[in-house]
Ligand binder design. Sequence first.
Ligand SMILES: Nc1ncnc2c1ncn2[C@@H]1O[C@H](COP(=O)(O)OP(=O)(O)O)[C@@H](O)[C@H]1O
Ligand SMILES: [Mg+2]
Length: 359
Amino acid sequence: MEIVSDIPHQEDCSRLIFECSGHKVEPKMAAELWVKILQHKWVLSEKLGRDVGTSVACLDFIENIETMHQDLHDAEGIQLLKELEAQMVDQSVWETISESQPPKQIVNKRIILPLTAVELARKHSVIPPRTIIFFGPPGTGKTHFVRAIAGILQWWYVEVSPSDLMADGEDRLGANLKTLMEKARNLDEVVFFIDEFEEIAGSRDHASRIDKSITNEFLKQVPLLKREGRRNLLVCATNYIRQLDAALLRPGRFDCIIPVGGLDDQGRRTIFEHYLSNTNRGNVDVDKIVSMIALFTPADIEYLVQKVRQVAFEREYLKGEDYPVTTETFLEMIPHVPPTLTDEIIEEFKQDCAHYTRY
Ligand SMILES: Nc1ncnc2c1ncn2[C@@H]1O[C@H](COP(=O)(O)OP(=O)(O)O)[C@@H](O)[C@H]1O
Ligand SMILES: [Mg+2]
């Protein structure tokens, strides 16, 4: 994919830059700058979540040219980020996760702080982790967490699923994984997220679907990635930590293995209130509802609120009068949403936490 297609003539570049910024630049230099301005336009648009337009990009580029983060303007890096469909996540996603949730505290102390309080971390020889595994039952918010981390750090978010890596055939998985990790090594300020990690790094003892060589390839790539002195994170998520190859879980490969799940009342309340805030609501007894959804994952809570909104919409459509959602609407719908968690899943998760957690 070509990101810079039609470059105007040198004189036109010079004129365009003058029109946008009021700066006169030599034509030859202008043509070189114009390429960078177009790249900057893409970066800025991604960061702000909207198309900023050429004039704004030009002005911003010229004004900040001195202080600009050099590597972001490295054409190869930008090309790579585009290929990987890198996204910028809004910082506000972090706020949707309750402070009381243990993984948030862990992530904050072990990952965010050492990466932001750089000097203090250096003083105490604290090395920020580079490779992390999140595990926990489905729908507990692992993907959401990884996006939140990218958002709060304002790093690029690149999501890879095993099916992407197998898009051109299962036998290409190893080669594609290697290519991806080689690219990862060359980028800064990126959170790489590999979802459904057990599909890639399943136990070598029970290797069936996927050849053992894939796990071996991964084991080879992780230390290489960590050797480069870059600021980036590799995060892998799995619903089935028990299926991962034991060799991967040994210290030295992944720096942190963090459980995501088992919300407390406060965690459920924060998520519930988050979704409730965009709902046409009347009187809702939040405490009561939260106490009734103890086995709900964040995904279940989201689904419950969606169902309630749909009902409200249909009722107002039929009657033609305002239908605010109330406690009763929730009480009516809760029985229609079977919770994902069961006592058995929770028990297994507790065992996994005791056995695998490391940070
Ligand atoms: N703290 C949270 N606040 C709001 N929504 C959340 C939160 N955690 C998860 N969700 C939502 O719940 C759903 C499931 O979360 P997800 O991260 O996909 O779970 P997992 O990756 O563990 O299966 C997603 O739609 C996500 O946006
Ligand atoms: Mg997920």
